[in-house]
Ligand binder design. Structure first.
Ligand code: GLA
Length: 409
């Protein structure tokens, strides 16, 4: 087992980083405090406790909504929900991160605070597909150590924990693919973020020490063992503390460029274009659209090459693919930031095997693949570089590929 005890976790945006047992205790205690005793003095336990992880993406960025390939994994930071059906039409939600109880019906979803929208939005989507009448309200307490706004899909963790909870409580019998699609619709139709299927898929289908290969055209998924520790490797997550938002214009603009490119070229999805055809389509497109298209097409290829390396037991060799992905996201897709580039440049200058931004970009987090014995020096170099640039201290922690959403109790 690699010793990662030296990897410091800096100041966190969440109130506390807790181990799973502490999260479960926090969820139960918070539930008991807010919802454990009703106005008649009757005691209520939750019907169950469910959890779902955040995700990082190893490679395959801005490919999901183009029908392409992505290779995310579930991280070992989770959102836990203690839930009890309350027999009314109202959801009452409280959490360890925000003080007040938020109450609302499915019809109110658009008016609720954003973080609650992910939960009740999921209820809204599932209930519209499988109507259950006016008694589906629930009391929900949320405890989480998924960093917020860090590009690690705290929103998907909320949707997916809620999704597995409602699926069980309402006996919907939905499989993980269907739940991921419901989570994506929550983002697209209720939150208003035009995202793809990657985050929810990773949060629902992740497994320990594995990444999840997504084919976003066929919706097929396959676990791919990572095997980093066995090769003496360490994958680090570097949260730059630069907050990003999917609903922001940049993401939607990139998506629109990709769709315009596909339309002009005459393919249903950019996935349907190969690298070999790029020179033929160049003259059809303006320079910017061409570069967006080139990123997506070359990124799909990089994912498949990375999967081949991992399957061949050569995880060290994915390093250059990670870096090439970052360069393409920086130069062609233009979604990196000064801070993300600084992480990558500094990590590479100090011996990392590869590094890249992860997630949608415009801030958020980066990942760094290195020999485990180099991780301390690389982490320190990144912190020093941030200090020299007057950026806040980044949070750096080991990426531990973990199990997807589940019922915990
Ligand atoms: C965000 C979206 C995903 C995906 C990535 C970019 O995380 O939620 O669907 O598009 O950006 O790869």
């Amino acid at each position: 087992m690699t010793d990662v005890s030296h990897v410091k976790t800096g100041a966190s945006r969440i109130k506390k980083v807790r181990a799973m047992d502490d999260l479960l205790t926090a969820a139960r205690t918070g539930f008991a405090h807010h919802f454990g005793t009703d106005s008649n003095g009757v005691h209520h336990d939750p019907d169950g406790v469910w959890s779902a992880p955040g995700r990082a993406n190893l490679i395959g960025e801005h490919t999901d909504y183009n029908g392409g390939f992505a290779l995310p994994f579930a991280i070992d930071k989770r959102t836990v929900m203690a839930v009890r059906g309350n027999g009314t039409d109202t959801f009452r939600v409280a959490s360890s991160l925000f003080d007040d109880v938020v109450a609302g019906k499915i019809a109110d979803v658009a008016t609720l605070p954003r973080w609650v929208t992910y939960i009740i939005g999921m209820a809204a989507v599932l209930d519209s597909d499988h109507p259950g009448g006016d008694a589906r309200g629930a009391d929900i307490y949320v405890a989480s150590n998924v960093p917020l706004g860090s590009g690690l899909s705290s929103s998907a963790a909320l949707e997916c924990a809620a999704g597995v909870a409602f699926n069980d409580l309402w006996q919907l019998g939905l499989n993980r693919t269907q739940l991921a699609q419901a989570g994506r619709r929550t983002e697209n139709q209720i939150v208003g973020a035009p995202t793809g299927i990657m985050d929810q898929s990773a949060s629902l289908k992740g497994a320990a020490d594995c990444a999840l290969l997504l084919d976003c055209r066929s919706n097929e998924t396959e676990l791919v063992p990572l095997g980093f520790a066995a090769e003496g490797l360490q994958l680090l997550i570097v949260d730059t503390k630069e907050e990003h938002s999917h609903a922001a214009n940049g993401y939607a603009a990139r998506r629109a460029s990709c769709e315009r490119g596909a339309r002009i070229i005459g393919v249903p999805l950019l996935r349907d274009l190969t690298e070999a055809r790029l020179p033929q389509v160049r003259d059809l497109l303006d320079d910017e659209t061409y570069r967006r298209v080139r990123h997506v097409v070359t990124e799909d290829e990089r994912v498949l090459r990375a999967v081949a390396k991992l399957r061949a037991g050569k995880p060290r060799e994915i390093g250059p693919l990670l870096t090439a992905s970052h360069n393409s996201l920086r130069d062609d897709f233009e979604v990196t930031t000064v801070r993300l580039d600084l992480v990558v440049d500094t990590a590479l200058a100090h011996g990392a095997l590869g590094a890249r931004m992860t997630g949608g970009g415009f801030g958020g987090s980066a990942i760094v693949l290195c020999d485990a014995k180099r991780s301390r020096a690389i982490s320190e170099a990144i912190r020093a570089a941030f200090e020299n640039s007057d950026f806040p201290e980044p949070t750096i922690f080991p990426a531990v590929a973990s199990e997807g959403a589940r019922r915990d109790a």
